[in-house]
Design a protein around this ligand. Structure first.
Ligand code: NAD
Length: 500
C-alpha cells in the first residue's frame, strides 16, 4: 500500500516521492532488500501521529547476511586499500551531496523524529561538518610510526579494522549516524548501521543518494532496518564485526556490551545522562535562565547530555525560579515544520507516556510541581505533545535521579561551591555538566571537578568537532567521539619489528 502525506507545508517533491514508496527497504550490498519473511513495521510522524512509512523489519538471518557482505566489501571492494587522499575526497563528495540536499534531509528528519525544522537543518549541517572533519583529519594521521629502539628496526602501522557495527537512537538520527560512520569510513572500514525503529528514514535517504551518485562501492555502507530486539540484537551478537558502536539507553547498552564481550568485539557505548547546571549567585539571572530554558526545551528535552538538574545558589534561587517559570510558559509548542514553533512533540506515544509518568512519580515522591507541564494540545494535530515542566525539592526524588528524556528540569538550591560540586556529582550518570559564573577561575575549577566526560562553562550542550565527547559511569565507555580519539579507534595498530 502507498503512504499518503498530507498537510505538510512546502514539502520538497523529492521528500514526497521518497515517502510515497510502498515499503522502505533496507540497503545491503548496494541493493534494496526486504526482510526474508516480508515483515515490516510502521513509522509515524510524531507531530500528527499518522503513519508516514512502512519499513522492512530485518531479522537475524537478514542482518547476518548484511554483515557478511560488509566483511566481503572490506576485503574485495577496494575501499580499505584506497589511498587515504582518495577516500578523503569521497567523504568530501558525500558531504557536498548532502549539503546540496540539506532541506530534503531536514524535512525527512523533521517529519521522522518530530524535530523543529530549523533544528533539523542544524543536525544535517552537523553531519556534513563531521564528514568534512574526519575527511581532513584522516589525511594527517601518522599511519606509520617509526620507533627508535636499540638493535631493532620497528614501527607501528595503522590499518582499518574491517566491518564495523553501529546501533543508534532516535533523538539525533542523522547527526549520530554521521558521528559513527564518518571516522569509520575515513579510516577505510566498512559499516553496518542499525537505525532506531522510530527514525530510520534519513539514513535510508542517504543510501538513495549514495546509490544514485555512485559515491561508495557496494557493501561499504549497509543500513539494516528493524526492531531493536531483533535486528539490533543481531547486530550486537554478530562475531564478525571488528568494532561496535552503540548509542542509546544504558539498559540496552549493557545488553549490547555483554553480547560484544562474549565475542570479544571492542565496543564503544554512548549512553544516557542526568546532567547538572551549577549556577552561582554572580550570574546574570535572566540570561542564564534563558539559556537553560533553551537547553531543556531544545528537541523537547530529548537530549542525552541535557541540563536536567538545575542547582542554583541559595540567595538567587527564588528569583531564578521566577525567571525560568516565565520563560518556560512562553515556549511555543507546535508542529515541527510550522513557523514560530519553538518546541515540537516527543518522538512517540511511549515517550510521551514516559515523560508524563515521571511527573506523576516525582510528585508522588514529594517533589513540588512548580510549573505543571502535562499534555499539550496543538490544534489540528494529534501528535505526541507535552508542555515544559519544572519540579523542585529533594534531589533523592526519582525525577531528579532518573533520565526522563523530556522538557522537564528539576531545581534545587545549594550553598557553597563544594556543595554545588557534590550535588552535581551525586548521580550514576556522567555525561555533561555545566557551571555558570562570572568568576572564570571558579568555573575552571568546578568544571574540572565534575565526574563526567564533559564540563561546560557558561553554556550547556556544547559539542565541537575536535574536542572528545564521551560519558563515564552509566553514561558510557570507550572514548570520546567527534575527535582524533575516534579516528584512532577505527585504525588497528600493528607493531612490526626486525632484530638488527
Ligand atoms: P534505546 O537504547 O532504546 O535504543 C537505541 C538503539 O538500540 C535503537 O536503534 C534500538 O532499536 C536498539 N535496540 C533496542 N533494543 C536492543 C537490543 N536488545 N539489542 C540491540 N539493540 C537494541 O535508546 P533510545 O530510546 O532510542 O534513545 C534514547 C537514549 O539514548 C537515552 O538514554 C539517551 O540519553 C541516549 N543517547 C545517548 C547519546 C550519547 O551520545 N551519549 C546520544 C543520544 C542518545
Amino acid at each position: 500500500m502507498s503512504t499518503v502525506v498530507e498537510n505538510k507545508p512546502a514539502l520538497a517533491p523529492e521528500v514526497t516521492a521518497f515517502l510515497n514508496k510502498a515499503v522502505q527497504k533496507a540497503f545491503v550490498g548496494g541493493r534494496w532488500v526486504e526482510a526474508a519473511d516480508g515483515a515490516t513495521f510502521d513509522v509515524l510522524d510524531p507531530g500528527t501521529g499518522q503513519k508516514i512509512a512502512t519499513v522492512a523489519s530485518l531479522k537475524k538471518a537478514d542482518v547476518d547476511k548484511a554483515v557478511d557482505i560488509a566483511v566481503d566489501a572490506f576485503h574485495n571492494s577496494g575501499w580499505a586499500k584506497m589511498p587515504v587522499n582518495e577516500r578523503s575526497a569521497v567523504l568530501h563528495r558525500i558531504a557536498d551531496a548532502v549539503e546540496k540536499r540539506i532541506h530534503i534531509f531536514a524535512q525527512i528528519e523533521s517529519l521522522d523524529c518530530g524535530k523543529v525544522y530549523g533544528q533539523a537543518v542544524g543536525d544535517i549541517q552537523n553531519f556534513i561538518d563531521t564528514f568534512r572533519y574526519f575527511a581532513d583529519l584522516s589525511q594527517s594521521v601518522n599511519y606509520r610510526n617509526v620507533i627508535a629502539v636499540k638493535h631493532h628496526e620497528a614501527w607501528v602501522a595503522r590499518h582499518p579494522w574491517g566491518a564495523c557495527g553501529f546501533i543508534i537512537p532516535w533523538n539525533f538520527p542523522f547527526l549520530l549516524a554521521g558521528w559513527g560512520l564518518a571516522p569509520a569510513l575515513a579510516a577505510g572500514n566498512t559499516c553496518v548501521l542499525k537505525p532506531a525503529e522510530d527514525t530510520p528514514l534519513s539514513s535510508l535517504y542517504l543510501c538513495h543518494m549514495l546509490q544514485e551518485l555512485e559515491l561508495l562501492p557496494a557493501g561499504v555502507l549497509n543500513v539494516v532496518t528493524g526492531l531493536g530486539s531483533e535486528a539490533g540484537a543481531a547486530v550486537s551478537q554478530n562475531p564478525k564485526f571488528r568494532r561496535m558502536s552503540f548509542t542509546g539507553s544504558p539498559e540496552v547498552g549493557r545488553m549490547v556490551a555483554e553480547a560484544c564481550g562474549r565475542n570479544l568485539v571492542p565496543v564503544k557505548c554512548e549512553l544516557g545522562g542526568k546532567g547538572a547546571a551549577v549556577v552561582f549567585n554572580d550570574v546574570d539571572i535572566a540570561e542564564t535562565a534563558e539559556k537553560l530554558v533553551q537547553a531543556i526545551t531544545f528537541h523537547t528535552g530529548q537530549v542525552c547530555c541535557d541540563a536536567t538538574r538545575w542547582l542554583i545558589q541559595k540567595d538567587i534561587y527564588s528569583d531564578f525560579v521566577d525567571e525560568c517559570i516565565t520563560r518556560m510558559k512562553s515556549v511555543q509548542v507546535g508542529y515541527p515544520m510550522d513557523e514560530g514553533t519553538q518546541m515540537g512533540p516527543v518522538v512517540s506515544a511511549k515517550q510521551k507516556a514516559r515523560v508524563l509518568s515521571y511527573l506523576q512519580k516525582g510528585v508522588a515522591g514529594g517533589a513540588d510541581l512548580i510549573l505543571e507541564g502535562g499534555e499539550a494540545k496543538v490544534p489540528g494535530k494529534n501528535g505526541f505533545y507535552v508542555k515544559p515542566a519544572l519540579l523542585a525539592g529533594s534531589l533523592d526524588n526519582i525525577a531528579a535521579r532518573e533520565e526522563i528524556f523530556g522538557p522537564v528540569a528539576y531545581l534545587a538550591p545549594f550553598s557553597s561551591e563544594e556543595e554545588g560540586i557534590r550535588l552535581a556529582n551525586d548521580t550514576e550518570y556522567g555525561l555533561g555538566n555545566s557551571v555558570w559564573s562570572r568568576d572564570l577561575a571558579r568555573c575552571a575549577r568546578v568544571a574540572e571537578s565534575f565526574e563526567s566526560g564533559n564540563g561546560w562553562i557558561n553554556a550547556h550542550n556544547v559539542i565541537v568537532h575536535g574536542v572528545p565527547y564521551a560519558g563515564v559511569g552509566k553514561s558510557g565507555m570507550g572514548g570520546g567521539v567527534v575527535s582524533p580519539d575516534t579516528l584512532n579507534d577505527y585504525l588497528r595498530p600493528i607493531s612490526v619489528v626486525r632484530p638488527l
